[in-house]
Design a protein. Structure first.
Length: 398
């Protein structure tokens, strides 16, 4: 990964003579909303407890100003998807989402068929806004359920209970043709039967997409400081295999490491990440990856909400800005694309890295010989073994 170099004020990095991109990747827009009602003990995202209210008016104005300042980097490029992430974007009002989407359409080339996702908590207050979000133009909802077991929800520090989670999922199905449920497994005290019970409950609510993650203890979280007792590794692996098998029977394709979808219901926004497409991130702490003619830029906005709002007023939303070293691009591409069960077309490597596939041919052959990769003229994809030992596969390209 490229080293991040903070500079002030932010200015474009010097061009690199080593790269020449002939075609721009698809472009997505990520919108970060940094507030939550309560910080979960496992969460290492850029999120902050909201208190009584959030500065919605100031933040909406800041997001619009942020996009305006970034327009020179994306002129003429259609935006294929929008993702409101957090934090808890559903803390914003439907009117705020409506205003933001109207501004996005006016300022940027938002594609008419763009996938527009909003992350939401299943709490009663947020669920009451679902109809308004749909009317504003959101066409995909992602609900942070995590579990349908009250004891596990309490252990995770979630503020909703199982009944609220079910109620929110039913409301989502009424207002959205496409919606995702986030679930975790490997929870404190969880058995395999309980993990599968969560899956059965989720399936009964008819989602089109499921994200299933193993709980991990991330640095700088409350769980890292005060770790709960988690199921041992072999049991978690058994849970993962059982979940994958059950969802396959239910017609869900495990198209990415932790993502499962019914046919033609994959998350387009996340697929763009995994195919190493471009994304402009606006909002506190949001990250961007933008391909220009001769270089790839990464940016990060100021992380703390107050710092972000203060710097927007002075016309400087970007805290860190760097050019990705050409030598880093092959590994960054593979780190994303090899998460996909179907892998990638060989021509995509050169399109996204501006480097010939032959540059990694020895590593491709070694990975294929180790049974980790299938290499063909139309597709390069991890084998079942390669998916299970993805880190081992990726290490071959370091």
């Amino acid at each position: 990964m490229a080293k991040t170099i903070p500079i002030f004020p932010a200015s474009p990095a010097a061009p690199s003579a080593e790269l020449e991109f002939r075609v721009s990747p698809p472009l997505a827009l990520y919108v970060h909303v940094p507030w939550c009602v309560q910080k979960c003990p496992y969460c290492d995202f850029n999120s902050h407890e909201a208190g009584e209210t959030i500065p919605e008016r100031a933040y909406v104005d800041a997001l619009i100003a942020d996009l305006q300042s970034a327009l020179p980097l994306i002129w003429g490029r259609p935006v294929v998807s929008v993702f409101f992430g957090g934090g808890t974007p559903s803390l914003l009002s439907p009117a705020a989402i409506d205003e933001l989407l109207a501004a996005f359409r006016a300022l940027a080339m938002l594609a008419p068929d763009a996938e527009i996702t909003l992350e939401a908590n299943p709490g009663t207050v947020e669920a009451g806004k679902f109809a308004g979000f749909r009317a504003a133009g959101v066409n995909r909802l992602s609900l942070g359920i995590q579990s349908f077991n009250d004891a596990h929800l309490q252990a995770l520090g979630r503020i909703h209970d199982a009944e609220e989670a079910k109620r929110a999922a039913r409301l989502a199905s009424q207002h959205f043709d496409t919606f995702n449920l986030d679930l975790m497994y490997g929870l404190p005290g969880q058995t395999q039967a309980q993990a599968l019970a969560d899956i059965e409950t989720a399936l009964s609510l008819s989602p089109t997409h499921l994200s299933c993650y193993q709980l991990t203890l991330e640095p700088n979280t409350r769980f890292a400081a005060f770790p709960p007792e988690l199921p041992e590794g072999d049991l978690c692996a058994d849970m993962q295999e059982a979940i994958e098998a059950r969802l396959a029977v239910a017609g869900f394709s495990n198209y990415e490491t932790s993502a499962f979808a019914l046919p033609n219901r994959q998350c387009k926004h996340n697929l763009n990440y995994w195919f190493f497409g471009d994304y402009l991130g606006i909002g506190a702490g949001a990250h961007s990856k933008l391909t220009l003619h001769d270089r790839v830029l990464r940016q990060m906005r100021h992380k703390h909400p107050k710092a972000y709002l203060d710097n927007i007023r002075s016309g400087n939303a970007v805290q860190e800005h760097n050019e990705v070293a050409p030598a880093s691009l092959p590994f960054e591409f593979l780190m994303n694309a090899l998460r996909l069960a179907d892998g990638f077309h060989p021509s995509l490597f050169e399109a996204r890295t501006a480097q010939p596939l032959g540059r990694i041919l020895p590593q491709l052959k070694a990975s294929e010989a180790a049974g980790l990769l299938a290499v063909g003229p139309e597709k390069i994809a991890p084998t079942a073994k390669g998916r299970r030992f993805l880190n081992v596969l990726l290490e071959k390209f370091l």
